[in-house]
Design a protein around this ligand. Sequence first.
Ligand code: NAI
Ligand code: SF4
Length: 514
Amino acid sequence: AVLYVPCDAAALAVGADRVADTLAEELSARGVDAQIVRNGSRGMHWLEPLVEVETERGRIAYGPVTPADIAGLLDTGLLEGADHALCHGLTEEMPFLKRQTRLTFSRCGITDPLSLEHYEAHHGFLGLKRSLEMTPAEIVQEVTDSGLRGRGGAGFPTGIKWNTVLKAQGDQKYIVCNADEGDSGTFSDRMIMEGDPFVLIEGMAIAGIAVGATKGYIYTRSEYPHAIAILHDAIQIARKAGILGPSVMGSEHAFDMEVREGAGAYVCGEETSLLNSLEGKRGIVRAKPPLPAIEGLFGKPTVVNNVMSLASVPIIMDRGARFYRDYGVGYSHGTIPIQLTGNIKNSGLFETAFGLTLNELIYDIGGGTLSGRPVKAVQVGGPLGAYFPPSLFDTIFDYEAFVERNGMIGHAGIVVFDDTVDMLKQARFAMEFCAIESCGKCTPCRIGSVRGVEVLDRIARGDQPEQQVELLTDLCDTMKMGSLCALGGFAPYPVMSSLTHFPQDFHVKPLTDA
Ligand code: NAI
Ligand code: SF4
C-alpha cells in the first residue's frame, strides 16, 4: 500500500510528522509492508494532517488525523480506503478540490516534492523542453501572449518585463525570484516551494533561457525553513540530473541558481530593497528608474518575478499561450491561487480562473466564518490591502475590478473577519505596521505612519474625531501620492477603506466623498 502524509509546514504545524511516525510504527508492528510518501499539501488546511491512501478507486482522504486515530483507522481498513468518521472519500472528488482549476498547483499534494520521477510522470519539464526548441524572443512572445501578469501583487505583464530584460545590454543578467511572501494571509509561494519545488526551478530556467540570464537567486525569508531545506535539496537534485548547470538538459544554455535567506523585513519583499538585501546591503528601497529590468542585481539587467509568476510559466510553455489565456476575465488571464484565511471555516488554497466573486469565495467555497458569526469585513491583498464590507462582496476576482473599488488583489490573500472586529483598531494596525516596517527612506511613510497612529489614537479617545478624520484623510492622501514605494503608498488603503465603509467604528458620520 502507498500512503501519503504531507511534509508541508502547515501540516507539520499540526503534527504531520508525529502522524507519519505513528503510522510507520503501527504498520511495522502489524507486519504490513507499506510505503509512506511525504507529499506537499492539497491546500485544505482545515483538514491537515490529511492522510491519503492509494486504492484501486483512486486516492482516499482522511483528516484531520491525529496520532491517536491511527490504530483505529488501521483497524477499520484504512489501507483499503474503508469508510470512517474521518474519511472524505476520493480526494479528487472533494468539493473544495473538484471546483478548482489547478494549473500552477497541478502537482502540489499529489507528488513527492523531491522525486524527479514523480515530477516527470506528471508533465514535468515539458515546458522547459519546448522552450529549448525555441528562440529567446519566441519564448518571451509566448509568455506575453499568455496574458500572465505578475502574481506578486502589482499585476505587471510578465512577458513585457522579460522583453525589457531580453533587450537590455549586459554581460551578465539575472533571474531573481521574489519568495519573500510578506503579505498576511498568504502562503501560496511557500506551498509551491515545499510541495513542488521543481516547477519553480523549471520556471526560472525557462526565464533564464528567455532573457539570456545564466544565474538565478531565490530570495526567501528565514521564517520559511522547510521551504529553504526543500529548495536546497531540489536544486542539488536538478543539478545532478543536468537540468541546472553549464548545459541545461544538454543544450547550449547555462543556468544555475541558489537560495538566499532574508531576515524577515516586510520591505525586503519590495523588489529594489530585495536586490539591496541580496547584494548584502541594508534592505532599503532604491528609487525607480532605473528599473531592475535595466539595472538590477549588481547593476545588471534583472528579471524580478514572484514565485507564482515563475511557477506558472512551465504550464504556459507546455500547453501554449492560448490554453492559459482562455481562462479568466477581462485583462486577468489564467488562474490565480487564492488563499482563504482568518475567520473562515474552509481555510486553504483555492486555485481558480479569475472571475469568481468574493461572495462565492467566502461563502460557497470558504463556508463562511469559523465562529459562525456574520462576516463584517474581508481584507484582500495583505496588510496594506483594502477592507471590503459585505455590500462589496459582488466584486469579482480580477485586477481591474478591485482597483475600481479602491482595492487590490495583491498576492491574492483573503482574510475574513466576523462582526467582533473593531475597524478603528484595524486601521491603527495598518499605520503601526507601516511605522514599524518603513525603511525610512522617504518622509511621507517614515513620519506619516507615526502621525497616523497618533491621529487614530486621538479618534479612539474621542478627541475631536471629526477634525481628526479630516486630518487623517489628508495624511493618507499625502502618503498615497508622495511615498517612494508601495509600503507607504498603500498603507492608506486599509485605513481609508475602514473609515469609508465602517464610519461607526470611528464614531463619526459616514464620509460622503471618500
Ligand atoms: P510596480 O507597479 O512599481 O511594478 C511592477 C513591476 O513591473 C516591477 O517589477 C517593475 O520593476 C516592473 N516594471 C514596470 N515597468 C516596467 C517596464 N517598462 N519594463 C519592465 N519592467 C517594468 O509595483 P511594485 O512596487 O513592484 O509592487 C507593488 C505591489 O506589491 C503591490 O500591488 C502589492 O500588492 C504587492 N505586494 C506583495 C507582497 C507579497 O507578499 N507578495 C507584499 C507587499 C506588496
Ligand atoms: Fe521606505 Fe516607506 Fe518610503 Fe517605501 S514608502 S521607500 S518603505 S520610507
